[in-house]
Design a protein around this ligand. Structure first.
Ligand SMILES: [Zn+2]
Length: 251
């Protein structure tokens, strides 16, 4: 994909499109400058609507059917049908459901995962018949959202892309969380006083049966790279949201 101000992903099946957005290319101001896609930052809804419409047009997906979720740091997965988000994406801007992962077999229905430090993970299967989008912060990782997402993808060879997220360079956490993450994902997800969410996500995917070679890292620390990314840790609750998006091409 050569859409402006998005990061494309190599190696996708021919009928699958996917990308990670950046903060560039939008119309929002202040801490949401400029391509904020989220509704929890206090941003002007008209600006969010314009940013979402421009992303859809630039990437080539159907805004009328695109899906965002009201992300709650849990492990629930929503199966999305052919009507997708039914206009909410650029209409009411509301999420389709309270959940952190969604999957679909419906061509033309773009699935988005939003974040500003949490790990965005996009899933697809080898035969190009099914896609998924997962929001995985530390709470979701511990709750098992990635395993749940992979399970919902069903049988077959599953591949994944792990998008820009906060790196261990910028993510010190307390003793209890370091211990929890080490116990669940391995000692090497702890680096000094910090946690490596990307590595934990890779472990969670492997634990769900995804081959290590089928996992693509799209690098970037959201906190370090303030030119490209929003970061909750860096900028607080008023920061904007970037997104990962994936869809099956409409036949
Ligand atoms: Zn960093």
């Amino acid at each position: 994909m050569r859409a402006p101000d998005v990061i494309s992903i190599a190696g996708l099946p021919p009928n699958i499109r996917a990308a990670f957005s950046t903060r560039a290319g939008g119309v929002s101001g202040g801490t949401c400058a400029s391509r904020n896609l989220g509704v929890t930052s206090g941003d002007d809804p008209e600006a969010v609507r314009a940013n979402r419409e421009a992303l859809a047009t630039g990437c080539g997906f159907d805004a009328a059917r695109a899906v965002t979720l009201t992300q709650v740091h849990g492990a629930d997965v929503i199966e999305v049908g052919p009507t997708g988000g039914a206009g909410r994406f650029t209409g009411s801007l509301a999420g389709l459901a309270d959940a952190d992962a969604c999957v679909t077999s419906a061509p033309g229905v773009a699935l988005l995962t939003q974040g500003a430090d949490c790990v965005p993970v996009l899933l697809w299967n080898g035969d190009g018949s099914r896609v998924g989008a997962v929001h995985a912060g530390w709470r979701g990782l511990v709750a098992g959202v990635l395993g749940a997402g992979v399970t919902a993808m069903g049988q077959g060879h599953i591949a994944a892309a792990i998008g820009p997220c906060i790196g261990p360079c910028c993510y010190p956490v307390d003793d209890a969380l370091r211990a929890t993450m080490a116990q669940q994902f391995g000692d090497d997800v702890v680096a000094g006083d910090a946690v490596d969410l990307r590595r934990a996500a890779r472990r969670a995917l492997a634990g769900a049966g995804v081959d290590d070679a089928a996992i693509t890292d799209v690098p970037g620390c959201t906190s370090c790279d303030d030119e490209r990314f929003f970061s909750y840790r860096r900028d607080g609750a008023g920061t904007g949201r970037q997104a990962g998006v994936i869809w099956l091409v409409d036949a």
